[in-house]
Design a protein around this ligand. Structure first.
Ligand code: GLY
Length: 372
């Protein structure tokens, strides 16, 4: 008996998570990545699991979705680790949101009130409590609040673990396989063009991140409305035994994510500049200045890396999942700022969609139907 194959365009954490789940369910999953596996947005991210801190007004369907995915993380990390033997750096550090300048105090209070009004679990902290939790904060940091459920994962370790899980489960993985076009005939995807070759497809998933909105062959009106939203980031090295920071910390302008190996990841700009990946003096200056305002001791830290990535941002900042106007083509894109956080739920929801033909209720609001 031949098994129906599922071809997945995109080897980021979304495509890999789905492929792993499909292979576990006995399906033949084939993943194509235009570069090395998982080296686009999944690699560029900071790895925050910030369902609460990142909640925005108007995200009535999205908030329960990201909260559900957040609740799946402990088990997902444990399962992936047990399956591959690889640690994904899931850390329950909690997250602080602080103001490091007077002008930000209003913003901080506004944010806190918004989250409280949604009954999201945040706790207001006075200066003495903040200093107890983070003794190296600048004296400028006078107020803040704590989100006990927002944590972090090492997204690069996550890519490596999902890659290993896919290999172990029998997923066929193709790196440097640039899918430039989907051939469509009678409303059905028949082939994909890869580098200089062409292959037949039965069941196709577009999980190509920021590139999903511009793939050739799909009629313009059927393409997912997804575009790149650039983020620049910087990493520094803290003392592993006496780190300058222990929690994930947000200010209204930046976030700082301390890893267990002492790396401090700081991000990120939010720039609508197409696929221009250049690092800019202004972007890096902004990240470093805002870090310094909250954490002056950073002056002494060695710089490790600067980089930029492209969030796959949809017209309404929410994911685009499930059916498309092309019969055998499904979408798994538009994660915007939540790609790492959504990994467990996206893999579960989209594998259910592929296997049973229906998205679970929590994912149902996120089809292309909402743009009609
Ligand atoms: N989730 C953080 C970011 O997109 O920058």
């Amino acid at each position: 008996m031949t098994r129906k194959s599922i071809h997945i365009i995109g080897g980021g954490v979304a495509g890999l998570g789905l492929a792993w789940r499909l292979a576990q369910a006995g399906r033949r999953a084939i993943v194509f990545d235009k570069g090395a596996i998982g080296r686009s947005a999944s690699w560029a991210a900071a790895g925050m699991l910030a369902a609460v801190i990142e909640a925005e007004p108007g995200e009535d369907a999205l908030i329960p979705f990201v909260l559900e995915s957040q609740s799946m993380w402990p088990e997902f990390a444990k399962e992936l680790q047990a399956y591959t033997g690889l640690d994904v750096g899931y850390r329950e550090t909690g997250t602080l949101f602080v103001a490091a300048e007077r002008d930000d105090e209003g913003l901080l209070k506004q944010r806190f009130d918004f989250l409280k009004a949604r009954s999201l679990p945040v706790e207001w902290l006075e200066r003495s409590e903040l200093r107890k939790r983070e003794p190296y904060f600048s004296p400028r940091v006078t107020h803040g609040f704590y989100s006990a459920g927002d944590h972090q994962v090492d997204n690069r370790a996550l890519v490596d673990a999902l890659h290993a899980a896919c290999k172990k489960a029998g997923v066929e993985l193709h790196a440097n396989a640039d899918v430039s076009e989907i051939k469509i005939s009678n409303g059905q995807a028949t082939h994909i063009v890869i580098n200089d070759g062409i292959i037949a497809v039965e069941n196709l998933v577009l999980a190509a991140g920021a590139w999903s909105g511009s793939i050739k062959g799909v009629p313009l009106e059927a393409l997912p409305p997804v575009f790149p939203m650039k983020g620049q980031l910087v990493a520094m090295q803290m003392d592993v035994y006496q780190p300058l920071l222990k929690h994930v910390v947000w200010t209204p302008q930046i976030y700082m994510v301390p890893r267990s190996d002492g790396r401090l990841i700081v991000g990120a700009t939010l720039e609508d500049k197409g696929f221009d990946a250049s690092l800019t003096a202004g972007g890096i200056l902004h990240l470093l200045r805002k870090t310094w305002e909250a954490l002056p001791g950073m002056e002494e830290l060695p710089l490790l890396e600067t980089w930029a990535g492209f969030r796959p941002t949809s017209r309404d900042d929410a994911p685009i999942l499930g059916e498309s106007a092309i019969k055998n083509l499904s979408f798994m894109t538009g994660q915007h700022r939540h790609g790492i956080l959504m990994t467990p739920l996206l893999a579960a929801a989209m594998s259910e969609y592929i296997i049973k033909g229906k998205l679970p209720e929590i994912a149902a609001p996120f089809t292309m139907q909402r743009f009609k």
